[in-house]
Write a new protein. Structure first.
Lengths: 138, 138
DNA sequence: GCCCGTTATGCAGCAAACTTGCATAACGGG
DNA sequence: CCCGTTATGCAAGTTTGCTGCATAACGGGC
């Protein structure tokens, strides 16, 4: 099974260059010896949590603006959770900001010391929420 | 798949009575509606970490050690959550210990008064996390 | 050492889950 | 409304997991 290695390659490619389309990424993968279709690439990006931002794919890493406000990272978990990592003690403040944004896909949030659990209805909403929260803190 | 339920039954049986052999346990299981061979029971005991001590099977020291440090139980919930029950007031301390362990499958944790939610990426990771946390507190 | 009761394990068969490509639907900018 | 791009239902092929059978390995008692 080459899925794992292909995804690793995708991560390094996404990190190294500005990739605008899945077709482009598919071609780069093929040049690296990983033959796959756009379907698979789409699913890989989904699993890896890579999002398209400003016209190119990028790791869902919190921006400087977000870090300045306590948000360090966002990760999907299962189908219905998004986990936000925050600087110690700031999770509640970040959660309040997220709650106030009134993002429709969010069912509810729970904040601990440095972590927030954000409940969403289903997988599709995870990416939307990650994107919107990043925008909120960008 | 009845493996999980069978193992739960094994745990309750081991907790409730003095069971001296796997044959005996197999018979008790069958009486409870779980038909399985000694092979499977052997593998179950291995997975559950049940050991033979003083001539009968007993729950591993790991659990006792864990209780001494505030952790009372671990249960999967849905596909992406593991719920840890703790002694009142100790959830945060237990959560800190879990966080510090740096278990790779864990996406994030949120601690309440006596309960911790542990987010994992998917179902497969639940078992791994439960096992690793138990080892941590053993 | 030799039995014999007990436990562990290699192997094969079956079932469930995963991965993938194809075709096509859904989305979104212009 | 188009068209480039991305997501997804479906089916085929593959992998992984669970199980029982047969049997090997272990361990206490003699």
């Amino acid at each position: 099974m080459q899925k794992t290695k292909r995804q690793q390659k995708i991560m390094s490619l996404v990190h190294a260059r500005r990739i605008g389309t899945q077709q482009e990424l598919t071609a780069l993968l093929e040049r690296a010896g990983f033959v796959a279709t756009q379907s698979s690439v789409s699913r890989d990006l989904e699993e890896l949590g890579v999002v398209k931002h400003n016209g190119h794919y990028t790791l869902p890493r919190a921006t400087e603006g977000a870090a300045a406000r306590g948000l360090l990272g966002l990760d999907p978990a299962g189908d219905c959770l998004v986990v936000a990592k925050c600087e110690p003690g700031l999770a509640s403040a970040v959660a309040v900001a997220i709650d106030r944004a009134g993002i429709e896909e969010i069912v509810g949030t729970v904040a601990g010391e440095d972590t927030i659990f954000i409940a969403v209805p289903e997988r599709k909403a995870q990416r939307a929420v990650i994107k919107k929260v990043l925008e909120l803190f960008g």
